[in-house]
Write a new protein. Structure first.
Length: 582
């Protein structure tokens, strides 16, 4: 074998490789981050938002989820500046930092032996040629073993990730759905009455349950139930569309990718803007929650002062805590707090019962009845609050892709929503029956002020502060990485990206602080986010994308149901927002 442009592969030298393929197990993570530079924005969304999909991650997983995009605009136009040989078919290549030895190897590959800057014997060339041949044969063999139902990189990525059992996925999905929005459910019964609150919970639970299933089917690439297929969409040997038993379309692995498949790059861009705005709004909500709970513990200062202090304290981990071990445990705090809230509210009602008469004695001019059945004027606000409680659909693809058996996804969704629905009803009814119309927009504040178990409720309040702090820190990462992705192509070094990352986080944090200070109502913020963002992400978009992808294959009645989801979602989003703001 002679040394010409195409006969030697740069991977032949194991000391200082010039290129690296995605099929190499050691560089899978780096290859994925590198590949993001060639994909439309937001290429990093699915990777970074995975940080919110589980209460516990290993340190290496956290490093992967929070890794910044590569600096430099390394798209095709820039890559052509490098004179490179042809890489193995199907491999993704990336240039590394060049040095003298690399330049020498490039000279070898081009056949210009006379221009070498170091001594190179014929024996070395022969060994390099043999190594290149072995490497090429190994790569071609690996590619030949890949199935037809997915790309090599997708299969490698799925194989490299840790798979979750059904029980783990149920726990993760339930935890995502029952976030801080759970605190407002007793307040929804105050605003719309007991019947109005229950109706809103039932309607939104059913709608978001169904749209979660639609997302799973869109990811699977077929309108039939996932249990219909015996194989995983990532490992199937049946080419999509090749037979009635095959999936109709290729599988999809990300939330913005569903929008891109259904509505093109413009649709994906608009959806990404809504997703990132929802994350940004969540940061403001967490600051308000911290301020309110700290004001309850230390009423000597207004809540806005505590919000500012919380923002300053949060800036430390947000800026400095890049991939520290602590990040892998932060979301567990939210899981513990959620369980504590449900247990505390239900047990407090079972032990203390209706305490509205006792509270009324401390409030002048309060007259019975202290419980309302139905109040129509509060319906718009309530639908926004309940919608925010059932938000979390952006994390659904991460859970779907992490499953050992994606065929069981719908079973996981059914069980998860059953748990969440029962928990939401329990909290809403227990909290409202105990406090009545005196309940605050965060039930934990009412527990702290009125429960006889003062010490336990104080501990719960501190836990809620820590929960809001941990969720703020975690939520900042996918939001900041999405913004970094916009600026990274114009930066030249890792240090510049790091400095840009710090600046982005500071700006986002204090922008959220301005929102929290000027709109300090927890219930109003949750309702606005629920009516605008959650209605789009969790109701309107899944239905519209599903109809776009599989409309001709659906029955008339099924299509009508999803059209109703879209129209009602649009109506609630627009009318509810106007009425609430007005």
């Amino acid at each position: 074998m002679t040394s010409n442009n195409n006969s030697l592969d740069p991977e032949a030298s194991e000391e200082t490789p010039l290129f690296q393929s995605t099929v190499d197990a050691e560089s899978t993570e780096e290859s994925e981050i590198w590949e993001e530079m060639d994909r439309p924005w937001p290429a990093s969304f699915e990777r970074s938002v995975s940080l919110l999909s589980s209460p516990m991650f290993g340190v290496e997983e956290v490093k992967h989820f929070t890794k910044s995009p590569k600096p430099g605009n390394m798209r095709l136009a820039d890559r052509r500046l490098m004179s490179t040989p042809i890489a193995p078919a199907g491999a993704l290549v990336r240039p590394l930092t060049r040095n003298k030895s690399m330049d020498a190897k490039t000279n070898i590959l081009s056949g210009d032996i006379n221009n070498l800057n170091f001594k190179q014997t014929k024996e070395d060339l022969r060994k390099q040629a043999q190594g290149a041949a072995k490497y090429r044969a190994r790569i071609l063999k690996q590619q030949a073993n890949l199935t037809q139902g997915g790309s090599a990189m997708e299969k490698k990525r799925k194989d490299s990730e840790g798979k979750a059992t059904n029980a783990q996925c149920i726990f993760n999905m339930s935890n995502i759905l029952m976030g801080v929005g759970l605190l407002t459910l007793p307040y929804t019964c105050k605003v719309a009455g007991t019947i109005g609150g229950i109706v809103a919970i039932v309607c939104l639970a059913f709608t978001t349950w169904r749209t979660s299933i639609l997302i799973g089917r869109s990811l699977n690439g077929d309108s039939r139930p996932l249990a219909y297929f015996d194989d995983s969409p990532w490992t199937t040997s049946i080419k999509p569309g090749s037979s009635p038993e095959a999936r109709m379309r290729k599988p999809i692995s990300g939330f913005p990718d569903i929008a891109r498949e259904a509505f093109g790059d413009v649709g994906s861009f608009l959806l990404a803007c809504v997703l990132y705005f929802e994350l940004f709004s969540g940061i403001g909500i967490f600051l308000v929650s911290m301020g309110d709970h700290m004001h309850t513990l230390f009423p000597g200062h207004p809540a806005s002062i505590y919000m500012m202090g919380a923002a300053l304290i949060s800036a430390i981990p947000v800026i400095l805590l890049r991939t520290a071990r602590l990040l892998s445990y932060l979301s567990m705090v939210g899981t513990v707090a959620t369980i504590c809230v449900v247990v505390s509210v239900v047990l407090s009602y079972l032990v203390e019962g209706d305490i509205t008469e006792r509270i009324a004695q401390t409030i002048p001019d309060s007259e019975p009845p202290y419980h309302g059945a139905f109040r129509i004027d509060g319906i718009p606000l309530v639908f926004g609050l309940v919608a925010y409680c059932f938000s979390g659909h952006a994390i659904v693809p991460s859970i779907f892709c992490s499953m050992e058996r994606p065929q069981d996804f719908e079973k996981v969704v059914n069980i998860s929503f059953a748990i969440v629905f029962v928990s939401c009803l329990a909290v809403a009814l227990s909290g409202y029956m105990m406090f009545g119309d005196f309940v605050l927009d965060q039930v934990t504040l009412s527990l702290e002020e009125n429960s006889s178990a003062e010490f336990a409720m104080t501990i719960l309040t501190y836990l809620m502060i820590l929960t809001a702090f941990s969720k703020l820190t975690l939520t900042m990462f996918p939001l900041a990485i999405g913004m970094e992705e916009i600026f990274a192509p114009f930066l030249s070094t890792e240090r510049a990206v790091e400095a840009c990352s710090i600046l982005i986080k500071v700006v986002l944090l204090f922008a959220a602080l301005l929102v929290a200070v000027y709109v300090p109502s927890f219930s109003f913020l949750c309702s606005m986010v629920g009516m605008i963002c959650t209605m789009i992400v969790s109701v309107i978009f899944p239905s519209a994308a599903y109809l776009r992808l599989f409309g001709p294959k659906l029955g008339y009645l099924e299509s009508l149901v999803y059209w109703c989801f879209m129209l009602i979602g649009c109506f609630v989003a627009v009318v509810g927002t106007v009425l609430s703001v007005g």
